[in-house]
Design a protein around this ligand. Sequence first.
Ligand SMILES: *Cc1c(COP(=O)(O)O)cnc(C)c1O
Length: 336
Amino acid sequence: MFEKLSRRLHFGHFPTPLERLDRLSAYLNGPTVWIKRDDCTGLSLGGNKTRKLEFIMPRAIESGADTIITCGALQSNHARQTSAIAAKLGLNCYLLLRENPLVVNPDFRHGGNLLLDAIHDARIIRCSGDTDLAVELEKLAASLKEKGMKPFVIPGGGSDLFGTLGYVNAAIELSSQAHAAGVNFVDVILATGSGGTHAGLVAGFCLLGRAVPVRGISVGPTRADIEPAVFALATAAAHHVGPPCSVARSKIVVDDSYLGGGYGVVNDAVVEAVQLVARLEGILLDPVYTGKAMSGLIALIRAGRYKKSDHVVFIHTGGAPALFPYEAEMVASHHV
Ligand SMILES: *Cc1c(COP(=O)(O)O)cnc(C)c1O
């Protein structure tokens, strides 16, 4: 349908399932909640970065790179999926991973995604919490070039134009699944971090001519900081894919009411969301992204935002490997 979406590698398991969460919907006594299982993309325990990397990696290969460099938080899911695809493609991988001063639990500094990065043989460079990762990425690239290597830099979260195309594709996939299931979603809910996932979905629905509202729940940035970034990426992606479709600024909605203590900090609402979905549906969310986004969806349902006859879909963007370093928080209180 959209020719520009064909320049990609195929290593994920697609389409990911679209499932109905009957027990969660009944428990909340609200709309019918569906879940799009992008935690099941197949690459090293899955997650949303797999779709992005399918579109980013062809550029790395064309550039003649022998080394991939990217960055993130110590427990970055993006870094883990990048280390996996680098391994599969026979490329070296360097990860610049930043401490998170907001997280006091020392377990955060090992295990979880860090263990998986090491198993994939990524070289991990730890940085202090105040490091400007974009600047350090360029410095690292320059120093590897001096050593005769050919590095390719992927920005944090894989949120560049090509990464965003992965979620244009996801919007097309989700639309056809919704059509096949005979449902119209009144909201698509997801965790918004660096913004590429959100932007790609908005651009995809715009290109399809479908007015599906997308509501991002911020996991860190403020609304004022992230909405313009999502808008810029969505506009660029819609323009790149064509035929022309202009994304309205008003269609970019990021709700920053559920941040709690900030990025990576779990609160009772996040623990409740993770436990509810695990105990009612047998599905693992994560403490940093999907647990926080689901805490937002639960709060919106409890506040009466939806009718019982409505259908909403939650994008499960992955992240469960980070449950392990958050063990202390996750089992501290019981909600169900
Ligand atoms: C990276 C990530 C997100 C956020 O996606 P962005 O495109 O960076 O906004 C959401 N959930 C999980 C589990 C992630 O790893």
